[in-house]
Ligand binder design. Structure first.
Ligand SMILES: [Zn+2]
Length: 446
């Protein structure tokens, strides 16, 4: 079979796609460079910065437990990541994936149905490949008393999450393949615009469409804590209609709180596991979440993320129209309307490229996230002016969640969205020195 003749129009389209990707990535880089709080606690710290030292506040037993938990969790985490990547690359960079989709959709003539079947088949295979490692991880959580779920209820969660993935991938692929077919040369423009809109829509709808699939939420009941939290939000100038409690205890003993959505779907959620902590500590956590709300961190993260996704979709056209990659993926490159990237069997190559791009983006995302989290911590300290309570809450968080107290550089790159507990505690001591407030003494008596 001979190569199709070089297509000058296509070449021009590819140059435009590459140029647009460069502009979008430069914009993301500039926005992150300029708006990330690289120094989350600005100002002079009398006596210099406090060094993070876990031995000040954590007992040898607590440190040992954290180390043991970390070494138990690392094997399933790393092997799961590697096997997942290997499977997705094997499917996408060899004809295996195209063959698999071809077989799954063998009797289906209608194109949209073939695309949907490709989405469902690939995401299911990918999830099945990860399942043994998820079971492994869950059994570690169980051994350490962090999971409160029965296996059937855990499995139900996995199925629900697979269902959500099916819906999101099917919608995204249906739109993408429709654009590819309609605009064989300039689909990157439609895909980039569509990707931008889709990321924003998903982030907006997530709290009302996806979160209720996994948890029940109810307003924090009337009482002292509720009125204190709402008064604090008002003092902070953050409009908060409600604080919601998630029934997390049916799944975990760990503590957490978060903000999700933006605009009319923005909500502050605390885990019900947190409500057993002293009210002042809960206030300290909610003050951190108010920091996110006040800075609109979710909206900002969504907008920058959406620009990055748009840039990645421009690059996607360059890769998906590469005859070499298409040949590797077992998809015939051709001038026809249904060949090459437009063939739904190219979805395996697509998933491989998307997975690699996501993996490459993770360390950057984590780096930026850790600084935004530290800024929310600084906000909590400014608002509550109680570093002592902040320190005891961070200690409780680290101990109850068995957090890694001394992550290594690879763990920072791959997994850490928040600064480690000892660093957060050290920052509270810096804050106290800067504001002439008594510096919280070490939690361990010397
Ligand atoms: Zn946070």
């Amino acid at each position: 079979m001979s190569e199709p003749p070089p297509d000058r129009g296509m070449r021009r389209a590819r140059v435009a796609a590459a140029g647009t990707a460069a502009v979008l990535f430069a914009a993301v880089g500039a926005l992150l460079g300029l708006t990330t709080p690289w120094n989350p606690l600005p100002g002079h710290v009398p006596g210099g910065h406090t060094a993070a030292d876990r031995a000040l506040d954590f007992t040898p037993a607590e440190i040992a437990r954290s180390k043991a938990f970390d070494s138990a969790l690392n094997p399933p985490a790393y092997s799961g990541l590697l096997v997942g990547l290997a499977v997705v690359l094997a499917l996408g960079l060899s004809p295996l994936g195209a063959r698999l989709i071809g077989r799954a959709a063998a009797r289906v003539r209608r194109r949209p149905l073939r695309v949907a079947l490709a989405a469902v088949t690939l995401t299911t295979v990918f999830r099945l490949a990860g399942l043994p490692f998820d079971v492994w991880r869950e059994s570690v959580l169980r051994r350490y008393g962090l999971s409160t779920q029965s296996w059937p209820s855990w499995l139900a969660d996995q199925l629900k999450s697979l269902g959500v993935t099916w819906v999101i991938y099917t919608i995204a692929l249906l739109l993408l393949y429709a654009v590819i077919r309609r605009f064989p040369r300039y689909w990157w423009a439609g895909a980039a615009a569509g990707g931008l809109v889709l990321v924003i829509a998903v982030s907006f709808l997530y709290p009302i469409a996806v979160e209720p699939v996994f948890n029940k939420f109810h307003p924090l009941p009337q009482g002292r804590l509720r009125s204190d939290l709402l008064t604090m939000a008002e003092r902070d100038g953050v409009p908060v209609k409600d604080v919601l409690v998630a029934d997390a205890s049916r799944r975990t003993t760990s503590l957490n709180a978060y903000v999700s959505g933006f605009g009319s779907t923005r909500r502050i959620v605390v885990y019900d596991t947190l409500l057993k902590s002293p009210p002042a500590r809960v206030e300290s956590i909610v003050a951190h979440e108010l920091g996110h709300a006040k800075r609109d961190d979710v909206l900002w993260g969504t907008l920058v993320g959406a620009l990055g996704v748009a840039g990645a979709l421009c690059l996607l056209q360059l890769l998906m129209t590469s005859p070499w990659l298409l040949r590797r993926a077992g998809v015939r490159a051709g001038p026809g309307k249904d060949g090459g990237a437009a063939d739904p069997r190219s979805a395996a190559l697509l998933l491989a490229l998307v997975t690699v791009a996501t993996q490459v983006g993770t360390p950057v995302q984590n780096l930026v996230s850790r600084h935004i989290e530290a800024r929310a911590d600084a906000h909590a300290l400014d608002l509550t002016r109680d570093p002592g309570v902040f320190v005891s809450m961070q200690h409780e968080l680290s101990v109850r969640n068995i957090s890694d107290l001394a992550p290594n550089p690879v763990e920072y790159l791959l997994w850490l969205t928040h600064p480690a507990g000892p660093a957060r505690i050290a920052m509270a001591r810096d804050w106290a020195r800067m504001h002439d407030v008594p510096v919280p003494p070490p939690l361990r008596s010397p």
